[in-house]
Ligand binder design. Structure first.
Ligand code: SF4
Length: 362
């Protein structure tokens, strides 16, 4: 399979659905980890094509959704300083914090800019030594190499006016937290193909063994997802719990070693708070001591700020697969993409946004 049409081929999709129907003899609950997979499932109605025995739950793999409110509040506070040019990917601008979002800060006069790469922020800092340039470095293992590269580049250039506000999270500890939680229902996972392109698939093997769950590294197109579901169901029906790779056109078991080395050089593993979920041990990345001069929390003295999250939004339960967006009383009424109460309604990878966009009429 080389071109996108092949991944959306209705005849191939139908054959996979038939194969899943023929295979399944029990009730199985499978979680797709990534929000991009959730959007594909809702957009193409994959959940409706599957036999009723196979239930899909949506996982925590939406970087915008899991960034904690206190990071957004720190971003808001730093962005409002007159000496700061605050740079971010566009999808973080409308995520609500306690006092507003970055877009409202921009509307009120803060110098907030959308960039397409953290290296653009480094270039801006180089060209504007009179400005303090801050980049909001969030996301999973997929965005960590580019953010590490930006910090390393700034160090090599000896920039004194570039820092990053870091909120990186890691997938395997989140999967373990879901499996270890009392009342867990998830019996198999579709792991996120892009994360594994960077990190490889071997780090999932101890998890598959310890919790006896199949984990299939899966892509994002409809045929990818159906094939991933088929592979998980086949393992479950055969009583196997292995790590398999559906996304072999991109993922190697060892991953991208140079990218991993860059992450390792700049970041260290730390406990990290996840929005709506709370702190998960060893689930995030923070800057190493050698790069602390590039830490925006230290530069702007906001490291100690702690925020209680609102109880009205149940996105934490949705991100753990315990509820689905229509279970939220605010879904589609008090909370819409235009007036979002939670990040899962804002993000292009959020489960609430996926249901609002593709499944409201069901
Ligand atoms: S619908 Fe809105 S309030 Fe409800 S869980 Fe989703 S983002 Fe939160």
């Amino acid at each position: 399979m080389k071109f996108v049409d092949e991944y959306r081929d209705p005849a191939l999709a139908e054959r996979l659905v038939t194969a899943i129907r023929q295979l399944v003899t029990h009730q199985w609950t499978i979680m797709e980890v990534c929000g991009g997979q959730t959007h594909s499932i809702m957009k193409y109605g994959i959940d409706q094509l599957l036999p009723s025995e196979v239930v899909l739950l949506h996982g925590p793999g939406c970087p915008v959704c899991v960034t904690p409110v206190e990071i957004l509040d720190k971003a808001f506070e730093i962005a409002n300083r007159p000496e700061v040019t605050f740079c971010s990917f566009g999808d973080m601008l409308r995520v609500p914090g306690s006092h507003g979002d970055l877009l409202s800060a921009k509307a009120a006069g803060a110098d907030v800019r959308i960039v397409y790469s953290p290296l653009d922020a480094v270039k801006f800092a180089q060209a504007h030594p009179d400005r303090q340039v801050v980049f909001l470095a969030v996301g999973f293992e997929t965005t960590a190499p580019a953010n590490a590269l930006a910090v390393d580049q700034a160090a090599r250039l000896q920039l004194k006016n570039f820092t990053v506000l870091v909120s990186h999270v890691l997938v395997p500890p989140a999967i373990e937290a879901i499996l270890a939680a009392p009342g867990n229902q998830v019996q198999g996972f579709l792991a996120a193909g892009h994360v594994c392109t960077v990190m490889g698939s071997t780090e999932y093997e101890p998890i598959a063994r310890k919790y006896c769950v199949p984990i299939v590294v899966t892509g994002f197109e409809p045929v990818d997802i159906l094939q991933g579901v088929y592979m998980v169901v086949k393992q479950l029906e055969e009583g196997r719990s292995e790590v398999e790779n559906q996304y072999s056109r991109s993922v190697r078991s060892e991953g991208n070693r140079p990218a991993q080395a860059l992450i390792e050089k700049v970041f260290r593993v730390i406990p990290r708070k996840w929005r709506g979920i709370g702190e998960i041990p060893a689930s995030g990345l923070g800057l190493r001591e050698e790069y602390s001069a590039f830490d925006a929390e230290l530069r702007f003295n906001v490291a100690g700020n702690v925020v209680e999250e609102s109880q009205d939004c149940i996105s934490g339960l949705i991100l753990q697969g315990r509820k689905k967006p229509p279970d939220c009383p605010a879904f589609g009424t008090l909370c819409t993409p235009e007036q979002p109460l939670g990040a899962t309604m804002v993000s292009s990878e959020g489960a609430c946004a996926a249901y609002y966009r593709y499944a409201r009429g069901r």
